[in-house]
Design a protein around this ligand. Sequence first.
Ligand SMILES: Nc1ncnc2c1ncn2[C@@H]1O[C@H](COP(=O)(O)OP(=O)(O)OP(=O)(O)O)[C@@H](O)[C@H]1O
Ligand SMILES: Cc1ncc(CO)c(N)n1
Length: 301
Amino acid sequence: MPTVLSIAGSDPSGGAGIQGDIKTIFAEGCYGMGAVTGLTVQNTLGVYDVMPVPTDFLYRQIDETLSDIRPDAIKIGMIVSTEQIDVIVGLIKRYGLENVIVDPVIAPTSGVEFANDEVMKCMIEKLFPLSTLVTPNLPEAKRICEIIENFNLQVEGKWQMQSQTQSQVQTQSQSQTQIKRKAANLSMPELACFIGQNCGCSVLIKGGHAEGDDATDYLWTASDDDRIGCITEFKDERVETTSSHGTGCALSSSIAANMAKGHMLEAAIYRGKEYVTTALKSDMRIGTGNGSVNHGALARQ
Ligand SMILES: Nc1ncnc2c1ncn2[C@@H]1O[C@H](COP(=O)(O)OP(=O)(O)OP(=O)(O)O)[C@@H](O)[C@H]1O
Ligand SMILES: Cc1ncc(CO)c(N)n1
């Protein structure tokens, strides 16, 4: 049986995080494993608190699992510190893991932040280049672009430090504002291309938070060594439901499971989208807020 490891946070209400991931992996006919990065206090109304798992304990969870069972794919969700990223990056390299799907959860729609800018910068620099696919939603993609731009500016800023005059400082802060506006104005395909070209990985920008009658996701993949790349569109109907908690986790886990089963990236994304649309259409209505998607609505081998 194909095996998939999820490295993610716990959602005790069962819709997202490691609970949602393992339900998805099981529904896709794979063997699911889970290493927990942190505990959360959350339900269908919001996320109230996060408690990180100590770094050495995260290391041991993943290392002992990998030394026993080799995953055919891994999905990485909530990460709360740069030390956790170092542990995960070190283990991916040491075990030579393939089919690494990273869902960079910065903050839930409602509630406390998971990853601050320092953690995101570290993820962008160290984890994204090792990933097969990174799957930010639209607000996360814009934030990632801003961090890439700001990071480049800071490096340049340090280099200019010795002879910086007041007018140069003003020019620098003006150009920072312009770049922020630029990132905010990029289209979804442009965001995907920008992140992919800077980080050396394929990027899927998810359209759940975009406007429009369809829910369309955009994939950027490098087409050659020049990284000119190409965009593929994954379009499906937008489902009207109050049960959409966990769509992002379900999508990335389904893609990981389908890659574990041997599907190529584009086919795995197509199947992941089909899984999520079916899970949304089930309109399960559990809880008093934004309830979980139905992870069992589409079960396949
Ligand atoms: N109402 C909807 N109808 C159809 N598909 C949707 C809808 N909302 C989200 N999706 C799809 O679900 C997947 C996840 O997208 P979304 O933008 O919601 O991710 P996310 O914000 O990371 O999810 P989460 O809310 O779990 O954090 C994408 O494939 C997206 O197109
Ligand atoms: C633990 C966890 N991971 C991811 C999400 C998705 O935002 C969530 N709500 N909780």
